[in-house]
Write a protein that binds this ligand. Sequence first.
Ligand SMILES: Cc1cc2nc3c(=O)[nH]c(=O)nc-3n(C[C@H](O)[C@H](O)[C@H](O)COP(=O)(O)OP(=O)(O)OC[C@H]3O[C@@H](n4cnc5c(N)ncnc54)[C@H](O)[C@@H]3O)c2cc1C
Length: 353
Amino acid sequence: MRKVVILGGGYGGLKILLQLLENDLPDDVHITVMDRNPYHSMKTEFYTIAAGTSADKDVRAAFPTDDRVTYVYGEITEIDTENELIHIRESSEPVEYDYLVIGLGCEDNYHGVEGAEEFTESVQTFAKVRHTGLSVGNLGAYGKVTIVGAGLSGIEVASEIRESRADLNIRLLDRGGSVLKAFDPKIQAHVADWFTKNDVEVLHHANVEYVEKDGVCNNGVCYVNDVTIWTAGVRPCYLARALPFEKDKQEKLVVNDFYQVPEATNIYVVGDCASSEHSPSGQLAGQQGEQIADVLLAIFRGEEPRKPKEIKLKGTLGSLGKSDGFGNMMQQPVTGLLPRLAKSGVLWLNKRH
Ligand SMILES: Cc1cc2nc3c(=O)[nH]c(=O)nc-3n(C[C@H](O)[C@H](O)[C@H](O)COP(=O)(O)OP(=O)(O)OC[C@H]3O[C@@H](n4cnc5c(N)ncnc54)[C@H](O)[C@@H]3O)c2cc1C
């Protein structure tokens, strides 16, 4: 039997699994999926868990049941590429692989800010975002929440919390001169206006110096605060960063045209762990996953894999609570209810795999 091991059943890993199962996988190939959670986590919706506006079960989906797949649930602690073994905390029995896919996503990047790791809440794993939701939910009337970082996830977290709790004092720290610096000015203006109308304080040109248990110090001013949520940057999962292979400036693993690690071509990298000209996203991970599955299927059938086509992304959609949003649709910046409905539609499709 040829053993394929997929590390991480997120957007990239799950797409590869589904494509392999749906496309005449040769009989002598067996797939093992390893994840800490016994379900697919819809990370793009984690902001709703932070705000307490979704139930846990609304942002996860069951993995497919299939005789050709074994699931190993546990915390991966080491990828031993020399002996081709994967170790998990819960078992002394490592999992062997002939072909490996690394799709372990990303974690917070604290950029060396003192106290940030210790005293901020996170939206990067299911367990952490549940904790964030609990901290926000348990706040008394007029509690103070600071969100550090005004990219897509920071905006979604801040607006969803506002919609969930009208009483809270919410402050958003933005490193740039306007929120969502990667987006069209029309979208930036719409989002800024939403925050003004909904009483979310936005501080631009932020430079957080340190975080304490009950405060955030920014540009020499310390704000007393109850809950601080970190959305100010990510880096690939530490297990990927620890591998003895070349990485790019963002610490992502460098891959060739076939998503293989050049130093070990039986190892593939997908999503937030893989070096790419595109910004990390669930959409990108899914498209890469489809292409990796095509490469693997060709190799399993003894064929020469075709070079994957250029990735074409459809644009990003963001939410401002449940009835407003923004995004690029058909290469146009769009704001209001339409992009919000489109985002809900994408989630619905994802849930149906
Ligand atoms: C709040 C928020 C909003 C976002 N909104 C959008 C959006 O609107 N559109 C968009 O395209 N992208 C969005 N993203 C980004 C998107 O979620 C990621 O880019 C995407 O999830 C990356 O997919 P992936 O397959 O690389 O990793 P993931 O989907 O993160 O999957 C990684 C998997 O690995 C598992 N794992 C990790 N480490 C271990 C370990 N040590 N042991 C066992 N299992 C492990 C995890 O449980 C997880 O299942 C958002 C992210 C956040 C946080």
